[in-house]
Design a binder for this molecule. Structure first.
Ligand code: NAP
Length: 272
């Protein structure tokens, strides 16, 4: 079987590629920039852009398992090319699809719902990897400033990938919509403490009010849309965000990775 992984150079996609390679699968990785992809040996790198479906036909040749993202471009704009992508996949003979969904349903999910290829939806509340946003302030000042110190059942990117891989290589996942979380709900303050333990440095946590958050984001050059998104999340976090789901363990047969584990694996990024 040949698997095509889109988003293959991203947080989740890299993990999917690595786990498929570990299983001895033939993996093709889609990127808009093969020269910068930095993917492991043995992975076939294919150039293509999901916003230009005509570039995807060669990458889909001989593919039976396809992992899809639902955005295109560095501003995470929802893909509008879902119907063309799904039609090309069906024509190529793809039989299993996993989809990393965003906040809203995109044209990719809508096209899959209307089509005949078996697919599995991965819905994630919050990635552990979002803690990378704190790298600079931790390294420079030993502090993390957050608006909304709410519990979040953050999930490890390797566990999202493990579920995607199960959906691509095993029967029985088509038609499922899996909500993926980590094994515990933690506040940002608790996550900062765990990073501090992993780094061996006491870190401060400061809770911002809305005005302070807006000012900090504007100073960092964050777009108004993204700031508004952050304000909504900080002020009204989705209730589901704090609820631990058993899906990772149920699908993969092993407990979800903890945030302490994530922090230990990524400690070097937070060290001065
Ligand atoms: N962060 C969270 O807490 C969270 C929670 C729930 C859902 N999500 C969802 O997770 C997704 C983000 O996943 P991620 O963090 O793995 O992404 P990421 O690390 O930002 O990676 C982006 C990937 O998308 C690829 N890409 C972007 N535009 C493309 C295009 N036009 N054609 C082909 N490839 C393109 C990039 O490939 P190249 O640059 O190599 O071409 C790269 O591999 C979003 O849908 C988001 O809504 C995130």
């Amino acid at each position: 079987m040949t698997f095509l992984v889109t988003g293959a150079t991203g947080t989740v996609g890299r993990q999917i590629v690595a786990q498929l390679v570990e299983r001895g699968a033939h993996v093709r990785a889609l990127t808009r920039n093969p020269a910068a992809a930095g993917l492991p040996d043995g992975v076939e790198v294919a150039c293509g852009d999901l916003t230009s479906p005509e570039t995807l036909a060669p990458a889909l040749e001989g593919v039976t398992g396809l992992h899809l993202i639902t955005f295109g471009g560095d501003d995470f704009a929802e893909l509008e090319t879902g119907p063309e992508i799904v039609e090309l996949a069906a024509k190529a003979g793809v039989t299993r699809v996993s989809v990393l969904s965003g906040w809203d349903e995109s044209s990719v999910e809508r096209a899959l719902r209307a089509g005949s290829v078996g697919w599995t939806q991965l819905l994630c509340v919050e990635f552990m990897a979002n803690a990378y946003d704190w790298v600079d302030s931790i390294r420079d000042e030993g502090v993390v400033r957050v608006f909304g110190n709410h519990l979040g059942a953050v999930v490890h990117e390797a566990d999202i990938a493990a579920v995607a891989v199960a959906a691509l290589v095993e029967d029985g996942h088509a038609g499922e919509s899996y909500t993926l979380t980590g094994p515990e709900a933690l506040t940002p303050e608790q996550r900062v403490r765990l990073i501090g333990e992993a780094v061996g440095r006491e870190l401060r946590f400061e809770e911002l009010d809305e005005a302070g958050y807006r000012a900090a984001m504007q100073a960092a050059g964050v777009t108004e849309d993204m700031i508004e998104f952050g304000v909504q999340l900080g002020a009204n976090p989705p209730g589901a965000g704090a609820i631990v789901q058993p899906t990772v363990e149920r699908v993969t047969g092993r407990p979800g990775r903890t945030f302490a584990q994530w922090a230990a694996e990524h400690a070097a990024a937070f060290k001065i």
